[in-house]
Design a protein around this ligand. Sequence first.
Ligand code: PLP
Length: 284
Amino acid sequence: RIAYVNGRYVPHRDASVHVEDRGYQFADGVYEVCEVRAGRLIDARLHLDRLDRSLRELRIAPAMSRAALLTVLRETVRRNRVRDGLVYMQVTRGAARRDHAFPAAQTAPALVVTARAADPAQGARLAESGIAVITVPDTRWARVDIKSVSLLPNVLAKQQAKEAGAREAWFVDAAGNVTEGASTNAWIVTSAGALVTRPADSGILRGITRTVLMAVAASEGLRVEERAFSRAEALEAREAFISSASGIVLPVVRIDGQAVGDGKVGPVARRLRTRFHDFAEAGS
Ligand code: PLP
């Protein structure tokens, strides 16, 4: 495998950053994950828009122009011969002597890009079986709208899920409402057939898959309610599912060990998954 690290394509074993990179010391950086499908980047424009926003919110300078970054993404995908998989990019505030406050303005941000193949059959299997989720208290900071590499609560939640035999953890806020998954957005389908997902103005990352699914739902004639929903409401829902660039739509059939609906994969999640790529933008 080949990684792009600060201007060079290097073998994975040599792909390292400075010990005083601020991403390493302070998690002072942001990232994006973009799907690669049939060799093309899916919704790259939306992912790069969100990357720009994350950088702006943290006052980190872009590592390079958008056109140059797109070239690096494509080249990393090409060099790794990825047809179906993911491309990962991370920008940190760069390397500087350790000090919490920002380093000197001329400190160059650090950019790392990696790509790896994913087995489309594995996603298909999960979509057929459905997945289990557990719920955990949402202990994260208030700026989860920024796609920051500061992910310790997400790491701990995902590990807890894994140890419980589940694939994802849903964060629940102090009011008892589900915010989102550790690396996915959370959705339910009500008994009236409406899609419910939390508004993206607070408490969650505005998922690109989530945004595109809004258009899919509209074309399917499905009503979407952007509102908070509780763990209790989710347990009573007809269907539940998660969305992300890495899994697109995966049906949730168990929450904390209790069956959702009839405990089987539902038609709405199935339909949204099938139609997603008709609405996503496949770049060159
Ligand atoms: N929420 C969190 C916390 C995430 O980390 C992710 C993706 O990694 C998502 C939601 C889904 O976002 P997207 O659909 O852009 O992958």
